[in-house]
Design a protein around this ligand. Structure first.
Ligand code: SF4
Ligand code: SF4
Length: 147
């Protein structure tokens, strides 16, 4: 059980791959909407079990992933330990000053840190139409009371 509620963040609903829904990383889930997850009571097990570092109590209120632009999570490291993985919610979000500072703060306490660049499609170039992009819905309580 996380220490916080997701509120309007839907960061993980967008950037994470959810095989049971056939949802690739970096695309909105078909169940996302302005009012949050439309199947919240019956959401997949992976959604129920997922927690990011912020929902588990790390960081300040302003470090919520949709506000920071980077979602931090703990993942198994290559040698059996844990590593901190930052996942960009939009292209280049990990290069912002606040995100860089948070990445450094993990490194300063000795954590192994890896930044995963935004896994979705590149933003359209001038003249191209946007078929998808970062956090198309993105504001509306994806996992309202994180389980
Ligand atoms: S668990 Fe909640 S706060 Fe964390 S990325 Fe997912 S929606 Fe955002
Ligand atoms: S919590 Fe709901 S909206 Fe979010 S990824 Fe899971 S099913 Fe989709």
């Amino acid at each position: 059980m996380g220490a916080r509620a997701c509120g309007p963040c839907q960061g993980c609903c967008h950037v994470k791959e959810i095989p049971s829904l056939g949802k690739p990383a970096g695309r909105d889930c078909r169940h996302q909407g302005p009012a949050g997850c439309a199947v919240y009571a019956d959401r997949p097990r992976g959604c129920r079990r997922y927690t990011c570092a912020w929902i588990d109590g790390w960081g300040a209120e302003g470090d919520r992933p949709d506000l920071l632009g980077v979602l931090f999570e703990m993942a198994p490291g290559p040698f059996g330990g844990l590593e901190v993985r930052g996942v960009e919610l939009a292209p280049g979000a990990g290069d912002g000053p606040a995100a860089r500072a948070r990445l450094r703060s993990w490194e300063e306490v000795g954590a192994r840190v890896r930044l995963q660049r935004y896994p979705g499609p590149a933003p359209p170039r001038p003249g191209e139409s946007a078929s998808a992009g970062p956090l198309t819905h993105g504001r509306g309580s994806g996992m309202p009371a994180n389980s």
